[in-house]
Design a protein around this ligand. Structure first.
Ligand code: ATP
Ligand code: MG
Length: 480
């Protein structure tokens, strides 16, 4: 095995990391390992993010010793060790409440296609360990004295803002097809492009994604969606995205034959995803702009029109219609998300958003309360999901033809109205009613089904505005 030259640059130790320093705990772990005669480097995401002046990433250390040697050295200095991944040569040091992963140099160990090895082969040196890593920007190591070790010009790629495979891209994707989705996830997260060779290999190797466990595909897809740049992923890497969700392929080039749409279904979907991501980034609803986009909103944006191709009909004037596509879309979205092992609550929220995304809704008190009521009976967080419904409607509208854009004002009036209804403590469910079964029983009603019926009547009267949501008024309405 040829040893790659150490290309270290001590001047990079300080300023080039934008003044970012590892935590004291990580530095202590590094020092303890090296005092025991081992070599240790900080690697991966922390180095990448520090070079981009985006500190805060978890710190991973890789080390020349076996996991047993690292664990012994740390424990001898009173540092707690969790044997978290010893099959793959990894332990976790726990210090000052921080968890620092320490992994032995190794030659392989990223298997995502179900061919998990029982153990991994140790590497001789850090360069060999870096060579197995996926992308140049993830394949750098840093040490407080030795500086940056960057065998593949990861720093140059950070400057060029591109994702490039370490080594021959096709071979790297053949080794582990999940890397293709990782490439897209990092490109979206960092807002980078893809180097030409890597992009070509990605399109050519897309069918290999078939070998990857669907659960892993689901996790990476969500990772892409919550960057808020899923629209870019659809437009730039269509082969891969359609491999991840084969149902998307029918949307590509699907002419909607309607004056309301300027784009085919696939491009419309990409635009909706982009606007939904931007809404999350700019938080026009007053929410936290630093919070990542909501997974349910992003999945709903991705899948809201998934059933359009199958529900398409043409009328006598040659206009296209998609009757029932929200309901059929919710059914199909459930099938897709189950296949990808998404969580049940997420699937429930996404299906609700899809089912109601196209439902006519007016800025009328009763309309909004009825919509909230529909969500409430499904046991969801109503204020959050209403906000996401308005986001989805807004994004959907802005992905259509400009003649539809006027509807955005109406959506915002509805958003405002919904906010007021919640602030004014209007009732939209038995739980939000200012009256409980206990109140009725205390007023002499016998326990039993009549109590539930009375609460339902009170809720209905409150929703239609016959009686305010105030305990005494509701009791009087019921006639107690
Ligand atoms: P983040 O956790 O913020 O998404 P990260 O860079 O820490 O980014 P991880 O998935 O946690 O990414 O992996 C840590 C490091 O391990 C990566 O930086 C990369 O060097 C390497 N790595 C992870 N998965 C693979 C893979 N499938 N193939 C090759 N290298 C990988
Ligand atoms: Mg990580």
């Amino acid at each position: 095995m040829t040893r790659l030259a150490h290309r270290t640059d001590a001047t990079l130790a300080g300023p080039a990391l934008c003044g970012t320093r590892p935590t004291d705990a990580a530095l202590r772990v590094l020092r303890v390992l090296e005092s025991a005669g081992l070599e240790a480097w900080i690697v991966g995401g922390w180095v990448r993010d520090a070079l981009m002046c985006a500190p805060g990433h978890d710190i991973d250390i890789c080390c020349s010793g076996s996991w047993e040697q690292s664990a012994a050295a740390l424990r001898a200095e009173g540092i707690a060790v969790v044997e978290s991944g010893v099959k793959f040569g990894g332990i976790t040091a726990v210090l000052d409440g921080e968890r620092i992963e320490v992994t032995a140099y190794r030659l392989d160990g990223f298997y995502t296609d179900g061919r998990h090895p029982e153990s991994v082969r140790r590497a001789q040196c850090v360069e060999e360990d870096l060579a197995r890593r996926d992308f140049t920007v993830n394949a750098m190591a840093w040490h407080p004295e030795r500086g940056l070790l960057d065998c593949y010009d990861g720093r140059g790629d950070l400057e060029r803002r591109q994702i490039r495979a370490v080594g021959e891209p096709r071979r790297r994707f053949e080794e582990d097809a999940l890397r293709m989705l990782r490439a897209v996830r990092f490109a979206c997260r960092l807002d980078f492009s893809m180097d030409d060779g890597t992009a070509r290999a990605l399109a050519g190797c897309a069918p290999l994604l078939d070998q990857v466990a669907r659960e892993r595909v689901g996790i990476e897809l969500e990772g892409i969606l919550v960057t808020g740049r899923g629209g870019d992923a659809l437009l730039r890497y269509p082969e891969l995205m359609c491999e991840a969700i084969p149902e998307l392929a029918a949307q590509r080039g699907f002419d909607q034959r309607t004056p309301y749409h300027a784009f085919d279904v696939y491009e419309h979907t990409a635009r909706v995803l982009t606007v939904a991501g931007e809404l999350s980034r700019f938080r026009i609803d007053g929410g936290d702009p630093d919070a990542p986009p909501s997974p349910s909103l992003m999945w709903a944006a991705l899948l809201h029109d998934i059933a359009k191709p199958q529900t398409f009909t043409l009328d006598d004037h040659g206009h296209g219609h998609f009757y029932g596509h929200p309901e059929a879309g919710a059914v199909l979205a459930r099938v897709i998300m189950r296949r990808l092992s998404c969580g049940n609550d997420l699937i429930r929220d996404v299906c609700l958003l899809i089912r109601h995304h196209d439902q006519p809704l007016r800025p009328e008190r009763v309309d909004i309360l009825r919509m909230m009521q529909r969500f409430a009976v499904c046991g969801v967080d109503v204020p959050r999901l209403m906000g996401e419904l308005f986001d989805l409607k807004r994004a959907d509208t802005l992905g259509k033809a400009p003649s539809c854009f006027y509807y955005v004002d109406e959506i915002e009036r509805m958003r405002e109205m919904c906010r007021e209804l919640i602030a004014n403590r209007e009732a939209y469910s038995i739980r939000t009613l200012d009256l409980s079964g206990g109140d009725l029983i205390a007023r002499g009603m016998l326990p039993g089904p009549r109590v539930g019926d009375a609460l339902k009547r009170a809720l209905e009267a409150s929703i239609v505005g016959e009686v305010p949501n105030e305990r005494e008024a509701l009791i009087a309405y019921i006639g107690l």
